[in-house]
Design a protein around this ligand. Structure first.
Ligand code: CU
Ligand code: ZN
Length: 224
């Protein structure tokens, strides 16, 4: 454990320098050209894994450098869900659990009754109407698609499975996911985009569970 922490710390400082160097030369690069790389990245889910991972790591470390989490501090985040028209249709809350893992809870409305695939995706941008800007599933460990019941080595970190909408099209949910984090490690989801799909995630089809189009999108934002 000590070694891991040391390794994380050195990775962290490397990230700090990297993002400092980046920000002097191209301060708004990430935001201004987000459309272009997002669409490129979203096309082949597996082919761009390497580059995508580096990018995500840099982003995470940049954010952590500004607001370092102290040992034992439990982080919280929220995500405002918008539909293809840009209207707010729900909210997701994230709370790190003392024993490990993150509690994910919230409500999404305006859905069709039934199951809807629910994932953290690899990019950090929600662009209506189709939200392809969010890219593929958040998958730092380069695993296959699965569901929350799978072992950590047999699912994407972003694979939350499905949420269930009632007859009114409202899904309420609360679960603890032990694979993701809000503060450390490669599975830190802070800053990532989340997607609620039109259809059901079958939890086995590769690479996305055949959950269909993207009904809603939300960016996970740390609460100060
Ligand atoms: Cu998804
Ligand atoms: Zn997946």
């Amino acid at each position: 454990m000590k070694m891991m922490r040391l390794l994380m710390m050195s990775l962290l400082s490397a990230g700090v320098f990297a993002s400092a160097a980046c920000s002097s030369s191209q301060p708004t690069d990430d935001e201004s050209v987000s459309e272009q790389p997002a669409t490129e990245e979203s096309a082949p889910e597996e082919g761009v894994q390497g580059g995508e991972m580096e990018h995500a790591e840099g982003d995470d470390h940049g954010a952590m450098a500004e607001e370092p989490a102290e040992d034992g501090e439990l982080m919280e985040a929220t995500a405002r869900v918008i539909n293809g028209e840009g209207e707010e249709i729900g909210q997701v809350m994230f709370k790190e659990v003392a024993g490990g893992g993150v509690q994910v809870s919230g409500m999404v409305s305006g859905l069709t009754p039934g199951l809807h695939g629910f994932h953290v995706h690899e990019n950090t941008v929600c662009e209506a109407p189709d939200f392809t800007s969010a890219g593929g599933h958040f998958n730092p460990g380069s695993h296959e698609h699965g569901g929350p019941a799978n072992e950590h080595t047999a699912r994407h970190a972003g694979d939350f499975g499905n949420i269930t909408a009632n007859e009114e099209g409202v899904a309420e949910f609360s679960f603890v996911d032990t694979m993701i984090s809000l503060s450390e490690g490669e599975n830190n989801v802070a800053g990532q985009a989340m997607i609620v799909h039109e259809g059901e995630d079958d939890l086995v089809s590769q690479p996305t569970g055949a959950a269909g189009a993207r009904a809603g999108c939300a960016v996970i934002t740390l609460v100060e």
